[in-house]
Design a binder for this molecule. Structure first.
Ligand code: GDP
Length: 299
C-alpha cells in the first residue's frame, strides 16, 4: 500500500529517510501531513484529533532501524491504527445475524438517496444465493410511490418475493401485514425498506422508531453514502441515538470518495461496518474489509 500513498505522505516518507527512530521532532511534520490526509479523506475533525493522539502515543520510540525508514514505519502505525478502529468483531463483516425464530426481520435506516432500496436488492440476492434463504421484501415508504415501485423492480430482478404496499397505508400496518405474510408463508428473512428524508427529521425518526418497536428486527442496518463526507457523522449520530443500530452499509465506494466516512461512523457510533456498496448493480455488495479501507483512506 505504501506506493499508493497520497503525494503529501510519500513526500514526507522520503524526507524522513536515513533516520533510525521516530522522535517527537521527526514525527511532528509527518503527523501534520497525516492530519491533512485524513481531513482530505473526509474523516470528521474530532475523529482525526483523537486518532492522532493515539497514533502519536504508539509511534514514539518505535524502533525502526533496519527494514523500513521511519516515515514508512509511521505510516504503518497509522494504517494499523485506522484498521483497528474500523475492525469490528471479524465475524460481523460481510455477515448478517439471522439467529432467531424465522422470519428474521432486517430493518433499513438512512437518508433518502443513501442507497437503502438498492441495498435491499443486493442483500436479498446475497441471502438467497449465498445463504440459501427465502426472502421477502416490503417498502414502508408511504411518501414516494416511486420508491415502492423501485423496490418491486429490484426484488424481481434478484428473484426474491415482494410484498405490495401503497401510499394510502400506514407504515406500521404495512409492516405488520408483511410480517404476518412472511410467517404464514415460511420466509426466512423479511427485508424492510423505509422512507428517508433529505435531512434529519423528527417525524421520520419517530416513524422508524415505531417500526422498530413493532417489528423487533434482529438487524437494524444504517445505510450511508460514502460521498456524504463530513456530514456522515451527524447523520450517523442522529440514527444511532434514535435506534439500536446493529450494522452499517457504506454505499457508493465505487465513486471517488476516499471513504473517511467509514472511520468517522465507526468511531462515533461503535456500530460494526458490515458491507460496502461498490456498484449500482445488484452484485455490487462486498464484505467490509478494515485493512483495505485503511489503505484507501491514506492512499
Ligand atoms: P434510497 O433512497 O436510500 O433507497 O436510495 P436508492 O437505493 O434509491 O439509491 C439512490 C441512488 O444511488 C440510486 O441511483 C442508486 O442506483 C445509487 N446507488 C446505491 N448504491 C450505490 C452504490 O453502491 N454505488 C453506486 N454507484 N450507486 C449506488
Amino acid at each position: 500500500m505504501l506506493e499508493n500513498l497520497t503525494d503529501r505522505l510519500s513526500r514526507v516518507v522520503k524526507t524522513m529517510r536515513g533516520q533510525a527512530r521516530l522522535t517527537e521532532s521527526n514525527t511532528a511534520e509527518m503527523l501534520r501531513e497525516i492530519r491533512l490526509a485524513l481531513l482530505e479523506a473526509d474523516v470528521a475533525l474530532p475523529v482525526v484529533k483523537s486518532l492522532l493522539e493515539q497514533i502519536k502515543f504508539k509511534a514514539l520510540g518505535e524502533d525502526v532501524v533496519g527494514s523500513l525508514s521511519p516515515g514508512q514505519a509511521l505510516v504503518g502505525v497509522v494504517q494499523r491504527e485506522l484498521a483497528q478502529v474500523m475492525r469490528g468483531d471479524a465475524a460481523q463483516s460481510g455477515e448478517l445475524n439471522l439467529a432467531t425464530q424465522p422470519p428474521a426481520v432486517i430493518l433499513m435506516a438512512g437518508l433518502q438517496g443513501a442507497g437503502k432500496t438498492t441495498s435491499v436488492g443486493k442483500l436479498a440476492k446475497f441471502l438467497q444465493e449465498k445463504k440459501k434463504k427465502k426472502v421477502l421484501t416490503v417498502s414502508c415508504d408511504v411518501y414516494r410511490p416511486a420508491a415502492i415501485e423501485q423496490l418491486e423492480m429490484v426484488t424481481k430482478q434478484v428473484g426474491a418475493e415482494f410484498f405490495p404496499s401503497n401510499v394510502n397505508q400506514k407504515p406500521n400496518e404495512i409492516a405488520a401485514a408483511a410480517l404476518d405474510w412472511a410467517r404464514r408463508h415460511y420466509f426466512d428473512v423479511l427485508l424492510v425498506d423505509t422512507a428517508g428524508r433529505l435531512g434529519i427529521d423528527t417525524a421520520l425518526m419517530e416513524e422508524i422508531q415505531a417500526l422498530h418497536a413493532s417489528l423487533h428486527p434482529i438487524e437494524t442496518l444504517f445505510v450511508v453514502d460514502a460521498m456524504l463526507g463530513q456530514d456522515a457523522v451527524n447523520t450517523a449520530k442522529a440514527f444511532h441515538e434514535a435506534l439500536p443500530l446493529t450494522g452499517v452499509i457504506l454505499t457508493k465506494l465505487d465513486g471517488d470518495s476516499r471513504g473517511g466516512a467509514a472511520l468517522s461512523v465507526r468511531q462515533i457510533t461503535g456500530v460494526p461496518l458490515k458491507f460496502i456498496g461498490v456498484a449500482e448493480k445488484m452484485d455490487g455488495l462486498e464484505a467490509f474489509d478494515a485493512e483495505r479501507m485503511a489503505s484507501r483512506i491514506l492512499g
